[in-house]
Design a protein. Structure first.
Length: 250
């Protein structure tokens, strides 16, 4: 059975992607910080197919290294990887602390190490597909949501996508990324009450030329498309899944 690893698959885009993959008969392995969301996702998704969870704090280097070291043993049939974990809390550049900076860049360190381990398994398996979840903020600064460290980290993830696409092509491993704009997911719970996220984000509908904010499913469908053989001639792409924001705004 083919295996898919989703980093940050307990909520939002990662979880929505897991639902699609499970429906196609792929075993899904979710990595996320231990907690209610992770175990709730396991319980819900297990009704859809074979799913396993690994509690890993991505800000804890030792936990990340331990998981990376055992990845080949735990996922010998790995074909797909999605790096979807994230955090977002707007704060002005002059108020950013080192701790704020580290929150964002620790994710990239974890992605780097886990992706390296995953790519080694994919190489042995004759190929695979990787999708990174980047961000519109990596391409365009929005004054109303100052996010210098977040955007810097996401731009780095976009760059990593390009470099890995070149380096891993020899092993039949494709590497792409999606670049979403405002999407209704729990990532905003750092500064919006969880039960108010959907309503609050409706204020950003007109920010998008298509007239609405995105859903986790909007992005997950594109992630699944990029993972699949339907896009077998696509690698190194950063796809804007943003309701037209990069093209222009109302």
């Amino acid at each position: 059975m083919k295996q898919a690893l989703i980093i940050g698959g307990s909520t939002g885009m990662g979880k929505a992607t897991a639902e699609i993959l499970l429906a196609t008969g792929i075993e899904v392995v979710i990595v996320a910080r231990d907690g209610d969301n992770l175990h709730a996702a396991e319980k819900e998704l297990s009704h859809r197919g074979k799913v396993r969870i690994f509690p890993v704090d991505l800000s804890n280097l030792e936990e990340v290294k331990n998981f990376a070291e055992k990845l080949s043993r735990e996922l010998p049939e790995l074909k797909y990887l999605v790096n979807a974990a994230g955090y977002f809390k707007p704060k002005s550049f002059l108020e950013h602390s080192l701790e704020d900076y580290d929150i964002y860049h620790d994710f990239n360190k974890a992605f780097f190490l886990i992706t390296q381990a995953a790519a080694r398994v994919m190489k042995e398996n004759g190929g695979g597909s990787i999708v990174n979840v980047g961000s519109m903020w990596a391409k365009q600064a929005i004054k109303a949501t100052p996010s210098s460290a977040y955007s810097m980290a996401k731009a780095g993830l976009h760059s990593l996508t390009h470099h890995l696409a070149m380096e891993l092509a020899d092993y039949n491993i494709r590497v792409n990324a999606v670049s979403p704009a405002v999407v209704v997911t729990p990532i905003y719970s750092s500064f919006i009450e969880a039960d108010q996220i959907t309503e609050t984000l409706q204020g950003f509908n007109s920010f998008h030329p298509i007239g609405r904010v995105g859903t986790a499913e909007d992005v997950a469908k594109t992630i699944n498309f990029l993972l699949s053989d339907e896009t077998s001639w696509v690698t190194g792409a950063i796809w804007d899944i943003d309701g037209g924001v990069i093209a222009g705004r109302n």
